[in-house]
Write a protein that binds this ligand. Structure first.
Ligand code: NAD
Ligand code: UD1
Length: 338
């Protein structure tokens, strides 16, 4: 199966491409390298034995996309490409709506023209806003509190309408909880540019000595230890979830929506502690004010994906932190330039 992977040079797309290769699929990567480096391709080859085809391009370029879809006999698309920094989206909403919403519409239009009718979309637990309770099931109400979240929600709604009007398409919305971890080889991992927004990359940069201490955003939440609780999922499990989605519902007409999470919640301090024992390094931290827009706790009910996709997150917290550390300590400055 030839699958176009938009954003395939990025964090989740690169790991998913590897798992696709292991599952006998042929990923064709399409990425504009806005938030990734070309050397990712060599790392994919090193760990999988296969160097995927790579096209440098922007998902807003319809003509190029149509040609790529036709020339490579693409049967399905996994769509990771987009911008993902919440804070930046507040400052640059147009860029977020253009890349994430307009970009997806151009992609779907190109797929329609090329006759490709299977799409898997990277959505986020952010579409649940501040959930009334946990665990979260797929039928919870959706809302958005920032332009990034709104762009994900808008795309979900556009795709839902489009699928209704085109019932012979298979469109799958995968709502990721908090992806962390790295390929167990230590060759691939998360490589944020500038100051990391997310917890795990920040913690690992403190452990490796790139930053002095972690700021813990609030210790007065109504949670087990007062710090925020999230459903951290190993990126390899998340990647396997994409393969399962293609295999189980990729050829089933309809709109399919799944949470990809573990069903477990860990606090910020639990993550710090786990990282310290995985790395053998101390992670100094200071408690500071809450981060505006943050919620107290959020974790998935992953039953629907377990039942319908025959998939479950299997990797432990130890694997998440050990694999992150292997990547970070082998590549303290992230991927080298090409
Ligand atoms: P990432 O930034 O590492 O990867 C995204 C890739 O898309 C990058 O390689 C970037 O160069 C490329 N890209 C961006 N705009 C593009 C465009 N217009 N045309 C072509 N390529 C473009 O991000 P990631 O963490 O791998 O996330 C992948 C997807 O999953 C995103 O859509 C993100 O919103 C979603 N998601 C991520 C998380 C997370 O915590 N990482 C959580 C929920 C959802
Ligand atoms: C963030 C995004 C969300 C996105 C999700 C997935 C925000 C407001 N939300 O959510 O849209 O879908 O990532 O990756 O950014 N923390 C610290 N110190 C830090 C960083 C984080 O204490 O330096 C805490 C946070 O308060 C939170 C937890 O760690 O309790 C996880 O934070 P983060 O990794 O940013 O993820 P989310 O807040 O879940």
């Amino acid at each position: 199966m030839n699958v176009l992977v938009t954003g395939g040079m990025g964090y989740i797309g690169s790991h998913t491409s590897i798992q696709m290769i292991h599952a006998g699929m042929t990923p064709v990567i399409f990425d504009n390298l806005y938030n990734s480096k070309k050397t990712v391709l060599e790392r994919i080859e090193k760990v999988s034995g296969v160097k995927p085809a790579f096209i440098e391009g922007d998902i807003r370029n319809k003509e190029l996309l149509v040609n790529v879809l036709k020339d490579n006999n693409i049967e399905a698309v996994i769509h990771f490409a987009g911008l993902k920094a919440v804070g930046e989206s507040v400052a640059k909403p147009l860029e977020y709506y253009d890349n994430n919403v307009n970009g997806t519409l151009v992609l779907v239009d190109a797929m329609r023209e090329a006759g490709v009718k299977t799409l898997v979309f990277s959505s986020s637990a952010t579409v649940y806003g501040d959930p009334a309770s946990v665990p979260i099931t797929e039928d919870f109400p959706t809302s958005a509190t920032n332009p990034y979240g709104r762009s994900k929600l808008m795309v979900e709604e556009c795709l839902t309408d489009f699928q209704k009007a085109n019932p012979d398409w298979s469109i799958t919305l995968l709502r990721y909880f908090n992806p962390v971890g790295s390929h167990p080889s230590g060759e691939l991992g998360e490589d944020p540019q500038g100051i990391p927004n997310n917890l795990m990359p920040f913690v690992s940069q403190v452990a490796v000595g790139r930053r002095d201490f972690l700021s813990v955003f609030g210790s007065d939440y109504p949670t087990k230890d007062g710090t925020g609780v999230r459903d951290y999922i190993h990126v390899m499990d998340l990647s396997d979830g994409h393969v399962a989605a293609l295999q189980k519902v990729g050829s089933k007409h309809g709109l399919h929506v799944y949470n990809l999470g573990t069903g477990n919640g860990y606090s910020v301090l639990e993550m710090v502690k786990a990282f310290e024992s995985a790395s053998g390094r101390e992670v100094p931290y200071q408690i500071v004010d809450r981060r505006p827009g943050d919620i107290a706790e959020c974790w998935a009910d992953p039953k629907k994906a377990m039942t319908e996709l025959d998939w479950r997150a299997e990797r432990t917290l130890e694997q998440m932190t050990e694999d992150t550390w292997r990547w970070q300590s082998n590549n303290p400055q992230g991927y080298p330039e090409a």
